[in-house]
Design a protein around this ligand. Structure first.
Ligand SMILES: CC(C)(COP(=O)(O)OP(=O)(O)OC[C@H]1O[C@@H](n2cnc3c(N)ncnc32)[C@H](O)[C@@H]1OP(=O)(O)O)[C@@H](O)C(=O)NCCC(=O)NCCS
Length: 286
């Protein structure tokens, strides 16, 4: 048995964890002929630097013989926690490091009284699907990661504009209608950067997107709201945006406009889950 030690992360861990994160995702993607989620180690190091410094992310580092072998994160910005990215050095995978990193995050979620935890699983990865299911996660939505040329078309009756701080309350109301809770913490992070958008119908905010892309989420009262937000996007950031394929109308609408599926993914949850009452695109951080 290997002696696995877990500890809290600091910004000084970003380099080691980021490189492992890049290696872990790249190894599994290449084994299945998919494009890796991170284009370079630097992008993974950049993301983990941001998460390790962010006060609302809980971080866990795994070490064996004093060497960093993996990390995991809990996004505590909303009422429902988001788990990940969890990555383990390919050299020591399938030897319980992942399970320990998950169980530590669940203990934290219980201690902080989160009613539920969500994550996005790489649909082609048999190991993570098995591990998460054994640890109590239920499959909630099959997702398609969508990428392609931006649409630049208008949806009748919908006006899309940049989101301002003063829109956050209205955005939170839409999210509460759809998910049963708001995701205001993510809006607070993205609105000042100028990448969040809102859609209005008859002068009322009926949907928003923190970004249309891998690390952004969107909600709308109707599919038209999401179509308008997707249509106005200047890019589909990162590997693409995540679309719940049970929303067949929106999925076909995107496919008919040339947006392509890059990989299958799965939204899973543990504990409390509200079946969404409206249209939504989850973020990779759930
Ligand atoms: C996913 C990942 C974090 C898991 O960590 P790990 O240390 O390799 O996993 P563990 O050894 O703790 O657990 C794997 C479990 O899945 C089981 N398992 C593996 N492949 C399986 C399969 N095909 N069918 C059934 N069970 C399987 C193992 O038996 C083990 O279960 P156990 O703990 O009950 O014995 C790691 O493999 C990784 O970094 N992968 C690449 C990046 C990635 O995909 N991250 C997750 C993003 S969704």
């Amino acid at each position: 048995m290997m002696d696995i030690k877990l500890r809290a992360g600091t910004a000084a861990d970003a380099n080691a964890c980021g490189k492992i994160c890049y290696e872990a995702f790249t190894t599994v993607a290449k084994a299945h002929n998919f494009t890796p989620d991170f284009p370079s180690p630097e992008v993974a190091v950049g993301l983990l630097t941001w998460m390790l410094k962010h006060p609302a992310f809980y971080s866990i580092i795994a070490e064996i013989d004093g060497r960093v072998v993996g990390s995991n994160f809990l996004d505590e910005r909303s009422e429902i926690a988001g788990l990940g990215p969890i990555t383990v050095d390919p050299a020591v995978q399938n030897r319980k490091v992942g399970r320990e990193l998950m169980e530590n995050a669940h203990a934290r979620a219980t201690e902080k009284k989160f009613p539920g935890v969500r994550l996005i699983q790489a649909g082609y990865h048999t190991r993570s699907l098995s591990l998460y299911s054994k640890l109590g996660y239920d499959v909630r939505e099959p997702l398609a990661c969508m990428q392609g040329t931006t649409l630049k078309i208008k949806i009748a009756g919908c006006v899309v504009r940049k989101a301002a701080e003063s829109d956050i309350a209205a955005c939170n109301r839409v999210c509460e209608k759809v998910h049963g809770h708001d995701r205001g913490g993510e809006l607070k992070d993205t609105v000042p950067k100028g990448c969040a958008t809102v859609v209005e119908r008859d002068g009322r905010v009926t949907g928003y997107a923190t970004t249309i892309g891998f690390f952004g989420h969107a909600v709308g009262e109707t599919n038209d709201d999401l179509k308008a937000l997707i249509s106005a996007a200047k890019e589909f950031a990162g590997p693409g945006f995540l679309l719940p394929t049970r929303n067949t109308e929106l999925f076909r609408w995107c496919l008919e406009r040339g947006i392509r599926v890059t990989q299958p993914m799965t939204l899973m949850s543990r504990g409390f889950y509200n079946e969404p009452a409206g249209a939504f695109l989850p973020s990779i951080l759930y």
